[in-house]
Write a protein that binds this ligand. Sequence first.
Ligand SMILES: O=C(O)CCC(=O)C(=O)O
Length: 263
Amino acid sequence: MPVVPVPKFHTDKPREELLTSWETTLWEQGYLVIPNALAPEAVEHFLNRIRSFPPSVGYGSNSLVRLFEHGMDFVHLLENEPVLSLMERVLGKNLHIIALQGHRMFKGNEVLRFHSDEIYLQRPSNVPDEVEYPPIINVINCHYYLVDVSEDMGPTQVVPGSHRACRQPKPEDGNPPRWRGRGPVPLTVKAGDCVMYSNQMWHAGSPNRTDRTRLSVVPAYSRRFIAHRFWPFLNYNLSRDILDQCTPRQRELLGEHPRGAYG
Ligand SMILES: O=C(O)CCC(=O)C(=O)O
């Protein structure tokens, strides 16, 4: 594995009251934006990295995958504060990542269909939307933005509260879909901001009307019981080069856990 410099990350843990307020927002709305989550030096570093990688084999032009294979800089990013403390608060200390992607969204390759990435609690088709279901947060997609994202650049959109829908959006929900009267919010941000949302909530990109590319690094943190999505899944091997350089906490974040029920 090539040796790459590791930029400076934020290491200060957030105050308890701030964590509590962010956590409340996540449970209530399903999403949150933390401004300046990534230091300017790290933004510049990952911007240059993400720009230059060849496409990931087998994936579309908008998704780089398993970025930790490219160098320890991406592994260190997983411990960036205040994001890690918030993830631990919501998902438990034994959380791990199930994916570490890079997004390169440009005119023509946007993800425009609103969807939940996965449904963990399914509302049966005979249960009306008025029936309360709990908010579901098992996986949190965290987009660290490397460029400013204006409304014409096709920002990610989320439908507030839709992590309680417990189903995929349907044509009757409208185009774009609304959940309990609320339509999508475009998440325009500055470089360094971190957009995070429950992967069960309805989200999509939007048309990029510029010639610029929306670039982000996207770790997906999850509860321990959710399986990794490191293709080819069954026989995926994390290289020794990476593992030998990781601290015990970094190995846990990549998916090493104590033995428990089932093995
Ligand atoms: O940010 C976007 O463009 C949407 C990406 C998306 O839908 C996804 O990662 O599942």
